[in-house]
Design a protein around this ligand. Structure first.
Ligand SMILES: NC(=O)c1ccc[n+]([C@@H]2O[C@H](COP(=O)([O-])OP(=O)(O)OC[C@H]3O[C@@H](n4cnc5c(N)ncnc54)[C@H](OP(=O)(O)O)[C@@H]3O)[C@@H](O)[C@H]2O)c1
Length: 287
């Protein structure tokens, strides 16, 4: 039995679907009864548990062999993942597969510090484990800018000419499903990226090709882009630094210029290019 955390979220929902499609026995940890109902209706074993409440977790972890660990990108990653690890150890789970990330962050960056502390705890637990580390995901990097593309023929950012090996969330999930079901290397870090590293100007050029009208990349000072993400895109002021700004800063430094063929090695199918992903999401950008 493979337990999928975050099973209604961006990664977890896709990993649940792909892992079930491989014929594995899967269970979803869901935050609420509301979210359990649709999964149960489609035949998924969904068990309610709150990662903020250790006492609630035992039923979801009972009888589980492997846990896919993902928690929201906020200040509680370490606390929630520690609760999940403790529940896994108590239930006799054999293996953890933890979502990390490929982008290199500065040593004092709080989000990355939490991830590293969680990884250290998993490594010290004595359980078998592996890391799955996507580069920045196309969905989180570009979908929020669709209104600016539609209304102003612009993409905004503060990444300069920084390159990033952006990857589609579906490709990440296909690869993670293989790691969960078919691989068991101890301590391996599977770095999952798209097929090339692109700049924001490359992304604008790909949108120009897709839509048949000029889309320009407007590079902004950090403070202006931060204000744009808060005021125009609607990212909460207390979340925008960890959710957006640290990632654009890493892109600008060249710390996301990372490309691997691990998706293809694991799944047998190459990761989607930016043109393929945009074509699949054309309606979002064309309006
Ligand atoms: N976006 C990227 O480009 C990228 C790249 C690499 C790594 N990452 C990492 O990806 C992770 C975020 O993954 P994501 O985007 O899939 O997150 P997400 O879409 O925000 O999903 C989070 C999931 O966790 C569930 N959840 C929240 N609080 C919970 C609780 N207390 N108990 C049980 N479940 C709870 C949510 O359920 P409800 O909906 O019911 O609340 C949801 O299913 C972060 O660790 C981030 O660092 C992101």
């Amino acid at each position: 039995m493979i337990l999928i955390l975050g099973a209604t979220g961006m990664f977890g929902s896709r990993v649940l679907r792909e892992t079930a499609a491989r014929g594995a026995s899967v269970r979803a940890l869901v935050h609420s009864d509301d979210h359990a109902a649709p999964l149960r209706a489609s035949g998924i074993d969904a068990v309610v548990g709150d990662l903020d409440d250790r006492a609630s977790l035992a039923p979801a972890f009972a009888g589980v062999d492997t846990v896919f660990v993902v928690t929201p990108m906020d200040g509680r990653i370490l606390e929630r993942e520690t609760n999940a690890l403790d529940a896994a150890v108590a239930a006799g789970v054999r293996r953890i597969v933890k979502l990390y990330g490929a982008v290199r962050h500065l040593p004092d960056e709080p989000l990355d510090q939490q991830h590293k502390a969680s990884i250290a705890a998993i490594a010290a637990s004595g359980l078998r484990y592996a890391l799955v580390s996507p580069n920045s995901v196309m969905e989180t990097s570009f979908l929020s800018q669709a209104p600016a593309v539609q209304q102003a023929n612009r993409l905004f950012g503060c990444a300069g000419d920084g390159r990033v090996g952006v990857v589609a969330a579906d490709d990440v999930a296909r690869a993670i499903a293989v790691v969960l079901t078919d691989r068991d290397e101890q301590g391996e870090n599977y770095v999952l990226t798209g097929p090339s590293a692109i700049t924001m100007s490359d992304e604008a050029a790909a949108l120009t090709r897709l839509l048949g009208r000029p889309i320009a990349y407007q590079d902004m000072p950090d403070t202006d882009f931060r204000a744009f993400m808060v005021n125009e895109v609607g990212i909460p002021d207390d979340r925008v630094d960890e959710a957006v700004m640290v990632h654009f800063a890493a892109w600008k430094r060249g710390d996301a210029d990372i490309v691997t063929d691990t998706v293809e090695q694991l799944t047998g199918t190459a990761a989607m290019s930016i043109d393929e992903w945009l074509a699949a999401n054309r309606s979002v950008f064309s309006g």
